[in-house]
Design a protein around this ligand. Structure first.
Ligand SMILES: [Zn+2]
Ligand SMILES: [Zn+2]
Ligand SMILES: [Zn+2]
Ligand SMILES: [Zn+2]
Length: 204
């Protein structure tokens, strides 16, 4: 395996650890610094831009209370929405799998077995897991075990271990409006009991 030394970390690494050199041609066709170092440099540069009041993505002045300029913020929002819709579509469409809610703002991805916390750990490099999960699902070709739920159904499942939409006669008592309990109704869905996860983020 062909190797070369990174000009920044000085480590001897395989060529595949280096990005393809565009523009300037190098003997190996690869960049002088390894991917890890190149990425770290880029992150440092972006962070430095924010400190002096510029947008993290471009060189326009950043807007208040954000690290981006208005243009980049709008673009980022649109990109995130597009990705979200793409992921929802891969899991049966922009519709709650329990109640049929279709309002996009109410929908999120639910980890069917409720192991959002465990999954979050494996994605811990990013601090914004709620966003990261969409990219992760796409990169991993939409693995099984996830579904689209609205906030109501997600919340009920997490909080009570069932969604009231799925209850049918017997066994389970539900609170009623007069402060008492409705006669027993059976629970069809018992998942996620104990905590509420929205996009894998524990919210309750
Ligand atoms: Zn390096
Ligand atoms: Zn910008
Ligand atoms: Zn729902
Ligand atoms: Zn429901």
């Amino acid at each position: 395996m062909e190797k070369k030394i990174c000009t920044i970390c000085q480590k001897n690494k395989p060529l595949s650890d280096y990005g393809i050199s565009r523009g300037r041609t190098t003997p190996t066709g690869r960049k002088a610094a390894c991917r890890k170092c190149t990425n770290e440099r880029a992150t440092e540069l972006r962070n430095a831009r924010v400190i002096i009041g510029l947008c993290r993505h471009c060189t326009r002045p950043k807007s208040k209370n954000t690290i981006l300029c208005d243009t980049c913020k709008t673009n980022q929002k649109a990109t995130r929405t597009r990705l979200k819709v793409e992921v929802f579509n891969a899991y049966g469409g922009c519709v709650c799998q329990c109640c049929g809610e279709t309002t996009l703002e109410f929908l999120s991805i639910d980890h069917i077995n409720g192991d959002g916390a465990k999954h979050r750990k494996s994605l811990s490099k990013t601090n914004n897991y709620g966003q990261a999960i969409y990219g992760w699902l796409k990169r991993n070709k939409y693995p099984k075990g996830f579904r689209v739920l609205c906030m109501n159904c997600n919340f009920a499942l997490g909080k009570f271990g069932y969604c009231p939409h799925k209850l049918k006669n017997t066994e389970y008592s539900r609170p009623s409006l007069d402060g008492g309990y409705n006669p027993a109704e059976s629970v069809l869905v018992t998942e996620n009991q104990g905590s509420v996860f929205i996009d894998g983020d524990k919210v309750f």
